[in-house]
Ligand binder design. Structure first.
Ligand SMILES: Cc1cc2nc3c(=O)[nH]c(=O)nc-3n(C[C@H](O)[C@H](O)[C@H](O)COP(=O)(O)O)c2cc1C
Length: 139
């Protein structure tokens, strides 16, 4: 959406939205993180909200006001993965999603610290969430 705004193709639509008192405009598409969204909003004062979708896959802290403290980055990433495991377990009976589908998310959390690659490889051989937790406990 931002690219179409910036290209000028939708200038009339944009003018209509930004001048309206009743229409709230939320934009999305390739917005990396909070700061990136705010930068776009500053350039387009009519924007009421920003949605970030896939940005969370490359930066799980993308909604934060300030970037994560490097000292506890690893612990926070591991805590987030543990939280993801808990959510998976609680919704699994309703959704019936196979454990294998969870594996594609490991790389979001197991990164940017020493031994991350080796740990990811071990995690790929797990067969349930408890096995994942056991490996995380050893880190
Ligand atoms: C993990 C994830 C969660 C999303 N959750 C919502 C949601 O709750 N409501 C919604 O309208 N769109 C949701 N979307 C769609 C995104 O807001 C957006 O329309 C789409 O992903 C394109 O934006 P992106 O380039 O930031 O991914 C979600 C997308 C992703 C990847």
């Amino acid at each position: 959406m931002f690219s179409s705004i910036s290209s000028g193709i939708s200038e009339k639509i944009w003018a209509g939205f930004s001048g309206s008192r009743i229409t709230l405009l939320t934009i999305n598409g390739d917005i990396r993180d909070r700061e990136h969204g705010l930068e776009i909003a500053r350039k387009h004062p009519g924007v009421n909200g920003i949605m970030i979708g896939r940005g969370v896959f490359s930066d799980p802290f993308c909604f934060r006001k300030s970037k994560t403290d490097a000292d506890n980055h690893k612990e926070e990433l591991l805590a987030l993965l543990n939280y993801h495991l808990d959510l998976f377990d609680s919704y699994q009976p309703i959704l019936g999603r196979p454990f294998e589908t969870l594996k594609r998310f490991f790389k979001i959390y197991i990164r940017d610290f020493d031994g991350a690659k080796e740990l990811r490889e071990k995690l790929m051989h797990t067969t349930d969430t408890d096995e994942v937790r056991q490996l995380l406990e050893k880190v």
